[in-house]
Ligand binder design. Structure first.
Ligand SMILES: [Zn+2]
Length: 425
């Protein structure tokens, strides 16, 4: 199961260069000129011109004038042609579904977020996703026939090549369910399925806090905790897609039982579910906290704890500080092992900011090697709750753009192929 570098079989050097140029155009803010492409790729102007002409003929890129402050002839840059079609990104959380509609230049046109229960199983959840896709398109005043591809994120270890999850702790009933194949059949479109934390890393790298950083870790703190690893500009999946499952690192071997069956996993101590549980217990013990206002007590969520902490609630702050320290222990190991330039904290709980991040930074500082801690920045996700759905949009675009570039034709479901993003700049 080797993960391939490009979405389509690479026949020759010109083809490799074409995809590299397409990605340079996609991920350079404000577009890029032919001269800059030639310099970045160390190729001749003539070679660049030939490939750019090919891409222009497909209609997925176009020429534009770069606006400058001063007078004089503005330089011509190449950019993605946003009118050529649309894609959708969907992020399944344990308790929510986030959908984005974007044009092929990755500009978000419409968003939808609804509550779901991932535990309801694949049939019910995919049916709900389908209903919401049509609702989203209606909101955006788009037709389904103009959608080129759909990217999907799921909160479990994902076998991307097969489009399914394998033994996912917080997704009972989803083990090896053919998510991608069912959706491709339903929609007649190319569909990709990736782990949500990996998508968060891609989203933040492309359009968020991690721009230009080729070595970054994105930690998603939702009901569970997972990490997306971008190493040397490429997502690291592991052999069976379960790399980055830091939620199941053992922090305390005598700790509480985890959804995976083990004791004292990070997720069982500091995941969204654990945070909510600790808050409920604090209220039941009669501690003074704003959370007492939420009735019945079982209704208290990690989000409530996060909001109360931001309003100065001490009990909520203590719970999150403790969670931050536990996450910091796992992070210190990760920093020692991977030496990333940046760690980006995302997911619902991350909106709490420094109350959660400071104990993390301190723990990493204390427990990682100086050579690694000197360079690593720990920060919150810039795209907020949209990091993973934005990553799903980018995966959908990778499928759509590279296939159009290769075939010079509009996509059909028959041409659908699994892709994995490679960052070339
Ligand atoms: Zn576990």
């Amino acid at each position: 199961m080797d993960s391939h570098l490009w979405p389509t079989p690479v026949q020759n050097v010109k083809n490799i260069n074409k995809h590299t140029i397409l990605d340079l155009i996609r991920f350079t803010p404000g577009g890029i000129s032919r001269v800059d492409i030639a310099r970045r790729m160390q190729l001749s102007r003539a070679a660049i011109t030939a490939i750019v002409n090919d891409l222009l003929a497909t209609g997925i890129i176009r020429e534009a004038e770069r606006r400058l402050g001063h007078s004089g002839r503005p330089p011509i840059v190449l950019e993605i042609n946003p009118t050529r079609g649309y894609v959708i990104g969907i992020d399944f959380g344990a308790t929510h579904l986030n959908l984005l509609a974007a044009d092929i230049s990755a500009r978000i046109l419409e968003e939808l977020e609804v509550e779901i229960e991932i535990q309801a199983g694949p049939e019910a959840c995919l049916e709900e996703a389908n209903r919401r896709v049509h609702e989203l398109l209606k909101k955006a005043q788009l037709n389904f026939k103009d959608v080129l591809a759909i990217g999907v994120g799921v909160p479990g270890p994902t076998f991307t090549e097969e489009g399914m999850v394998v033994a996912p702790p917080i997704m009972p009933g989803w083990d090896r369910y053919p998510i991608r194949d069912s959706l491709q059949k339903l929609w007649g479109l190319p569909v990709s399925v990736n782990n949500d934390a990996e998508l968060g890393a891609i989203g933040e790298w492309a359009y968020g806090a991690g721009r230009g950083e080729r070595n970054l870790v994105y930690i998603k703190i939702g009901t569970g905790i997972g990490a997306g690893l971008l190493m040397d500009g490429k997502i690291y999946h592991g052999v069976t897609g379960s790399a980055g499952e830091i939620g199941h690192l053992t922090i305390d071997e005598n700790g509480p039982v985890c959804a995976c069956g083990n004791h004292g996993c990070l997720e069982a101590l500091a995941g969204g579910h654990a945070i909510a549980l600790q808050a409920q217990q604090a209220v039941q013990k009669g501690l003074r906290t704003q959370l007492t206002n939420i009735q019945p007590v079982e209704k208290i969520t990690a989000r409530d704890v996060s909001l109360a902490a931001q309003k100065g609630d001490l009990v909520s702050q203590q719970i999150l500080t403790q969670a931050g320290s536990y996450i910091g222990i796992a992070l210190a190991g990760l920093v020692n092992m991977f030496n990333p330039g940046m760690v980006i904290i995302g997911g619902g709980v991350a909106q709490t900011g420094d109350i959660l991040l400071e104990p993390m930074r301190q723990t990493v500082q204390r427990r990682s090697l100086p050579a690694a801690t000197r360079v690593v920045r720990i920060t919150t996700a810039m795209l907020g709750r949209q990091s993973s759905s934005m990553g799903a949009v980018i995966q959908a675009l990778t499928m759509a753009l590279h296939q159009v570039a290769d075939r010079k034709e509009v996509l059909t479901a028959q041409t659908a192929r699994q892709t994995s993003l490679v960052i070339t700049s």
